[in-house]
Design a binder for this molecule. Sequence first.
Ligand code: NAP
Length: 479
Amino acid sequence: MTEVLNQLFIGGAWVDAADGATMPVDDPATGEILCHVADAGPKDARLAEEAAVQAQAEWARTAPRARSEILRRAHELILERTDELAHLMTSEMGKPLAEARGEVAYAAEFFRWFSEEAVRIDGGYGTLPDGRNRMLLSRRPVGPCLLITPWNFPLAMGTRKIGPAIAAGCTMVLKPAPQTPLSSLALAGILKEAGLPDGVLNVVTTSRAGEVCEPLLRGGRIRKLSFTGSTGVGRILLAQCADTVVRTSMELGGNAPFIVFDDADLDVAVDGAMVAKMRNMGEACTAANRFFVHRSIAEEFGRRLAERMGALVVGPGTRDGVDVGPLIDRTGRGKVEELVTDAVERGARVLVGGRTPEGPGCFYPPTVLTDVSPESRLMDTEIFGPVAAILTFDDEDEVLRRANDTPWGLVGYVFTQGLDRGLRVSEGLEVGMVGLNTGLVSNPAAPFGGVKQSGLGREGGRVGIEEFLEYQYVAVPVR
Ligand code: NAP
């Protein structure tokens, strides 16, 4: 592996924190410290903001083709370095190497997609209804942005924001999660190598998120916040953005229903469940959180799912043949343990898993619970771990009502062989995305995002770049 970047990236230079502070990065598979990175404070954040503000005007004037080509080169560099980036990600976040490689490809694809969008930003010219006035419409970058990302997809959550910001002509300050700063720093190195001008992207790693971000959001120079993380933190940030009317995109938590009807192909449903539940060890906002299975097939579905889950190999993500790595930290694992204990105390049966292993690392076994009580805490809490909780239902109206009975609305999964029913139930679900006979919805070419308390705005797809653009209308009377 090449040298690990561990300083702040401000104005195109690698620098220490102003007060020299550093913070540890842990390996969740061993609990040991991997390395230290700079721990930024408010002064560093101001410098990063200043660099972004200074770079904005010239960057906005840069030819779209030039911005596009930087993204394209970065896309190629990421792919060339797939193994190196995957190892880095696995070491700081824990996911198995095969999944980390998958994330590298997914992350790179956002850069390719937005390199193609950068040159398609359009405007307009039209006659207004009075027949005299003309309307000239153009698109402008929003301006300097603050991007805040979580630890669960350390590379892709960054490229999903940085890609459209670069394409639109915005400069930015990126604050990655403190558990996984290394992937973001490596990404900054790649973008510099790809020719990104100094100051366009600035990265501040910090253990003091609130102290670093709040002054930027309240200061009036940051014009946009793009946040991915929990709904609780999203609410705090929305309140901070209100005073200076900062534009926001919010990709927040989920509580995905996974509905299996009695006419579903059970093989397809179990395959879908494995992806929707086990991608990223269940640490995904898209993870199936509540399995609603028709009463007549619930036992067979549970048996098959438990067999597949029980066959997965748990261990350090760097080891060959491992399917399930450690959870992110002891706090994350503790929460999963508590939710399982609560469900069992309320009558759930454990078909497989359910016991925390001894030893170092934050491992938790793939677990299937059946006969789960609707009163269980995991029904209204993101499990964020490899635990499938199965409930039964009797009819379509009932399951739709129960699936929608949550403040979240990110994604839902529906398994049925009936086209009518599939479309009817998809339309009835209060979510931003539906997997119809599939457990995977994420794709850079599709608009990703939720409704209700799962967020505001979309990332990826044709609309992804819109989040970073403003309209300007020029009125021109023709005499
Ligand atoms: P989190 O605790 O909300 O943290 C997300 C990011 O926000 C981290 O970088 C965190 O840094 C930062 N942060 C926390 N408090 C802040 C504050 N007051 N000011 C500024 N930044 C602050 O979420 P997480 O545990 O990292 O990630 C898991 C959550 O993300 C889940 O709810 C998941 O559903 C959601 N998620 C959503 C999507 C989506 O696209 N909808 C995708 C992935 C994940 P610190 O850790 O230092 O506080």
